[in-house]
Design a protein around this ligand. Structure first.
Ligand code: AMP
Ligand code: MG
Length: 342
């Protein structure tokens, strides 16, 4: 694979631009190339999911460990069926309720899916995205797209084309600008090879919404759980360069102690909150007040983390969101971004 590219950035805002971008991306993908594309969750780095060499180019551009399988994106139920050996009954109801959308279903893989996509495992993760660009692109290609998030492995996922540019310019030939993504965190991942289905990664489609369709689901049991789990989900992930600390103003004393004990200068500390903090925020490097609404918070969170990184923050303090089902996806990303830090 080439390791240095002149990276092109194509807009999609006007109908002609949209068509040109679909054509350019489809051409590249057909020739085994890789391209960064918008989806409704985060920007993805896409390759032809049926071409093992193209898929390995995605892994090397990201520095992604080969044991971490990637999601396969489809544009229809027939294409989803072709990726899967056995189609579980639950998958039909879930697809009817949530596809196209930010739900990924883990099922037994068909012979069509190469080993590298699924890290040699027996299952494949499939999603039918809602974003019009990726739909048009898969329609043009007529093959499914393997696409992890378009960022260096373990870092914060990109929610704008500029985020992709900052980390992958020079490493990939093409970035498609489809505007800011509107879900803003990665898809919910649900294993439907077992009954009841098992939630592997929480997301904006939350456990309550899934239960309304499937009746029952189980949730993850941690690293020692013997049941099939999601390989990429045990590691530190989704992290900004700055250290990240989650805290609650209800624990103001504890949080103040932790802030005082950390080495960062106050100007290097950024506060990301949804209520006004009790201390004087003026002393800190930056205060961002996000809406106390999970969907709006999720849409803005990664952009705020990218912004703090761009401004050179040493520590980002995020106010702990409520512990209700709607916030689980956000809590999960924040906990894993904070893991092993401080
Ligand atoms: P990303 O593409 O970075 O959003 O990560 C996709 C995540 O989906 C991976 O880290 C896995 O945890 C999960 N995933 C993908 N394929 C599978 C699979 N076959 N079985 C279980 N989890 C999967
Ligand atoms: Mg990722």
């Amino acid at each position: 694979m080439r390791d240095s590219f002149t990276t092109r950035l194509l807009p999609t805002g006007k109908p002609e631009e949209f068509k040109t971008a679909v054509r350019a991306a489809a051409d590249l993908l057909r020739r085994g190339g890789i391209v960064a594309i918008p989806t409704e969750t985060v920007y993805g780095l896409a390759a032809n999911a049926l071409n093992p060499e193209a898929v390995s180019a995605v892994f090397s551009a990201k520095g992604r460990p080969s044991h971490n399988p990637v999601i396969v994106h489809v544009d229809s139920m027939p294409m989803a069926h072709r990726c899967v050996r056995e189609w579980p009954v639950q998958a039909d109801a879930l697809a009817r309720a949530f596809w196209p959308g930010p739900l990924t279903l883990v099922m037994l893989r068909s012979a069509l899916i190469p080993d590298s996509v699924v890290a040699g495992g027996s299952t494949v993760a499939v999603r039918w995205p809602r974003h019009r660009f990726v739909q048009a692109l898969i329609e043009a290609c007529e093959f499914p797209l393997a696409a992890p998030s378009a960022n260096p492995s373990s870092r914060t996922s990109p929610t704008t084309a500029e985020h992709v540019w900052e980390s992958l310019a020079g490493k990939i030939p093409l970035i498609i600008d489809g505007g800011p993504t509107w879900v803003g965190i990665e898809s919910t991942v649900l294993d439907v090879t077992i009954d009841p289905p098992r939630l592997l990664r929480p997301g904006m489609i939350h456990a309550g919404a899934l239960r309304a369709v499937t009746g029952k689901i189980t949730t993850g049991g941690g690293p020692n759980d013997p049941v099939l789990r999601s390989p990429g989900l045990l590691e530190k992930h989704y992290a900004p360069r700055a250290a990240l600390l989650m805290g609650s103003w209800a624990d103001a004393t504890e949080l103040a102690c932790r802030l005082a004990s950390c080495k960062a200068d106050k100007r290097g500390i950024h506060l990301l909150v949804h209520t006004i903090p009790p201390m004087n925020p003026g002393a800190y490097g930056r205060l961002a007040i996000l809406p106390r609404d999970p969907e709006a918070f999720g849409r803005l969170l990664y952009a705020e983390l990218h912004r703090s990184d761009a401004l050179g923050a040493q520590l980002v303090v995020v106010e702990r969101p409520p512990d209700s089902p709607e916030w689980q996806g956000i809590l999960d990303r924040l906990s894993r971004a904070a893991q092993g830090r401080l």
